[in-house]
Design a protein around this ligand. Structure first.
Ligand code: SF4
Ligand code: FES
Length: 378
């Protein structure tokens, strides 16, 4: 391990030291390769190529270190994790480490035999992405002809084999009017949970703002449908909801607070406090091939940067919500204010809020732009 100096101790606004909590969940992005090309992909613009991916034995060590650190569940994701031929080996090592294994997949490229193999290897739960409600819509948004049919076949295998299923429906300007149908489809597929996640405008999605930004009316509609459906489906299917925060008064507590409950490990072993963190260019991220996960979590500059409340500027510094939303999303502050330390401009107390709302309304009501699909640069 590299010999690293200790980071400055995070502090609260009274100057008292803050001891970081322990992470409960880890996102393991084992690859950025993917047959789909969704224009809102949460992977970075600079995608890692196959040659840069950590081998299965490194992932096995990372899972053991994660379990020792306190992580209870791992979300094995990508890209599409199914493109890794050693996926079953990776899953088995996560299970051997004692972690609850959630497989996050597009469902494309995993055969029924392979899904049974993953069952034996230790997948506990499957989360399947849903881009739209009809073949033409789903295939266009995912940039993959035939994706709908493959997905529906995969969903049937998931429930036949007996995995608990979550449907992950990313919603935006071009599919939000079909939200009721998405919820109904999830029910029909036997899902126990649907995550209705409004696009978050980082990375690829930010490039596609004029294609994806929901209107104010759509945001209101989504909330209403989610509220009504939660009542109707109580006891049968859970609905998680990530609202369109550009139309909110206060920001969300992104990641439940920076460096507080979760961490992401990139295909090459870089450890991130959140998936969009590389957009903060001055921040240095450490690699689990060079330093232990525990040291990175407890001691690295990146993870300590926004812990506690001492770092907060006004208006957050003296705001009663500072331990509720932690000043919002650091990556959104970076993208809009040009300063990761700034108050998230989604907050109505931010001096940039009015401009953000104006821009969001303009993006949502102007001509619908063509998608810029997520692709590996040649
Ligand atoms: Fe949250 Fe800061 Fe806005 Fe207060 S001022 S609500 S802490 S973002
Ligand atoms: Fe990075 Fe919100 S996405 S802190």
């Amino acid at each position: 391990m590299k010999d690293q100096p200790l980071s400055p101790q995070p502090r609260d606004i009274d100057g008292n030291p803050v001891t970081p909590g322990l992470p409960m969940a880890m996102l393991a992005e084992i690859t950025h390769r993917c047959p789909l090309a969704c224009p809102y992909c949460s992977n970075p613009i600079e995608l890692t190529r196959a040659q840069g991916e950590m081998p299965a034995e490194d992932w096995a060590r990372v899972f053991r270190e994660a379990a020792d650190l306190g992580v209870l569940q791992v979300h094995i994701s990508g890209g599409e994790p199914g493109v890794r031929r050693d996926l079953a080996e990776i899953v088995a090592s996560a299970r051997d480490a004692g972690l609850y294994v959630n497989l996050i997949t597009s469902g494309i490229g995993i055969t029924r035999d392979r899904l049974e193999e993953l069952d034996r290897a230790g997948v506990d739960h499957v989360q399947l992405s849903l881009q739209g409600i009809r073949p033409d819509m789903a295939d266009r948004i995912s940039g993959h002809p035939g994706s709908w049919d493959k997905k529906m076949g995969f969903a049937a295998w998931v429930t036949e084999i007996g995995f608990p299923l979550t449907i992950n429906a990313v919603v935006h300007r071009q599919n939000l009017e079909r939200l009721p149908d998405m919820i109904e489809l999830a029910e029909t597929l036997g899902a126990r949970r649907i995550e209705v996640a409004t696009v978050q405008f980082h990375g690829w999605a930010d490039l596609n703002r004029k294609a994806l930004m929901p209107t104010r009316e759509q945001a209101v509609f989504a909330r209403q449908i989610v509220n009504e459906s939660r009542i109707r489906l109580r006891g049968r299917m859970v609905i998680d909801y990530v609202p369109a925060d550009h139309h909110a008064i206060y920001p969300k507590a992104c990641m439940g607070g920076w460096g507080s409950t979760g961490l992401n490990v990139s295909p090459d072993g870089t450890v991130l406090p959140c998936h969009a963190a590389p957009s903060i260019k001055w921040m240095k991220f450490e690699n689990v091939r060079e330093r232990s996960l525990s040291d990175i979590w407890h001691l690295s500059d990146a993870f300590n940067a926004f812990r506690g409340t001492e770092w907060m500027p006004e208006p957050c510094h003296s705001c009663e919500r500072k331990t509720v939303d932690f000043g919002g999303c650091r990556c959104q502050a970076m993208a809009i204010a040009g300063d990761a330390r700034a108050t998230d401009p989604v907050c109505s107390k931010s001096p940039l809020h009015a401009g953000l709302v104006e821009q969001a309304d303009a993006d949502a009501t102007g001509d619908v732009a063509e998608f810029i699909y997520r692709r590996l640069k040649k």
